[in-house]
Design a binder for this molecule. Structure first.
Ligand code: BV8
Length: 230
């Protein structure tokens, strides 16, 4: 079981040029969360939601992993399955940096979920044009993304890892969205040492044994070196 569990949020991808949700120029600009990140919003106006995710999927081709993603991938080269990355992000920057032990608890931009057969298929194209599901042929594809009010992926596997972790590190997340924001308390209750690396104190900073402020591109490589030398 992983000894170190790392939770990442939009802040780890910020230096790669992926907008975060809550900064001034956040992703939700021009869109209310209820309109683009809820099942109800999708039912009300599918085209707007499909277009919102099509634009974000296309933008992935214009961004690269940064030093923080790379530091976690290098750490995994040494720790192997002793390191698990649970990400709230739907981009593929952890994988492109070389991380393999990654759980996308809020889904992935590069997958499409069929509302007819329930199969999630790799998807780099658009969904606005209502393409056919590669599995069953139905024209019922949606982004394979967990919206508000939907159950995140792999919660059991994440809970088990948090119960076993000796260290829990939260990187680049505001601690505003549950259940991810509650992971620090779960890990701490089971004896883990908890560390927050974030540009500013998050809403849950007080739950951490230690909280360091700074850019992920600076703090994560430093922290990874500490882990390797202790
Ligand atoms: C659930 C995918 C039940 C979409 C996302 C009423 C009805 C239903 C549910 C609820 C309700 N009230 C509350 C809830 C629960 C709800 C919730 O938490 N709401 C909040 C608003 C109160 N949660 C849910 O609905 C979840 N599901 O509860 O199901 C359940 C629960 C447990 C077990 C079984 C069943 C589903 C939530 C998932 C929603 N989908 N994403 C998409 O991406 O388009 S959430 C989305 O927003 C992200 O994935 C992420 O999780 C969240 C944004 O958070 P962050 O990643 O933290 O980003 P943010 O911009 O907020 O912060 C960035 C941070 O980085 C900042 O602090 C900044 O300072 C820092 N930073 C910036 N630059 C840098 C940096 N740090 C370091 N370096 C830098 N360079």
């Amino acid at each position: 079981m992983p000894q170190i569990v790392v939770l990442t949020g939009a802040g780890i991808s910020a230096e790669s040029g992926v907008p975060t949700f809550r900064d001034a120029d956040g992703l939700w600009e021009g869109h209310r969360v209820e309109d683009v990140a809820t099942p109800e919003g999708f039912e009300r106006d599918r085209a707007t939601v499909q277009r919102f995710y099509d634009e974000r999927r296309a933008a992935l081709a214009t961004v690269e992993p940064n030093a923080a993603h790379r530091a976690l991938a290098e750490l995994e080269e040494t720790l192997g399955t002793g390191l698990l990355v649970v990400t709230q992000n739907i981009d593929d920057l952890h994988e492109r940096a070389g991380s393999r032990n990654v759980i996308h608890m809020h889904g992935e931009l590069l997958k499409a979920l069929c509302r007819s057969c329930g199969v999630a298929s790799p998807w780099s194209g658009t969904l606005l044009d209502e393409p056919a599901c590669p599995g069953c042929g139905a024209h019922e594809l949606r982004p394979d993304v967990v919206w508000f009010g939907e159950v995140p992926y792999e919660m059991d596997r994440i809970a088990d890892a948090l119960s076993e972790a000796s260290t829990f590190v939260s990187i680049g997340t505001s601690g505003a969205v549950y259940p991810a924001a509650g992971f620090v308390q779960h890990a701490r209750r089971h004896g883990a040492r908890t560390l927050e690396l974030n540009l500013e104190p998050s809403e849950g900073s007080h739950f951490f044994h230690e909280s360091r402020q700074g850019r992920a591109g600076d703090l994560v490589p430093l922290w990874a070196r500490e882990v390797l030398w202790t």
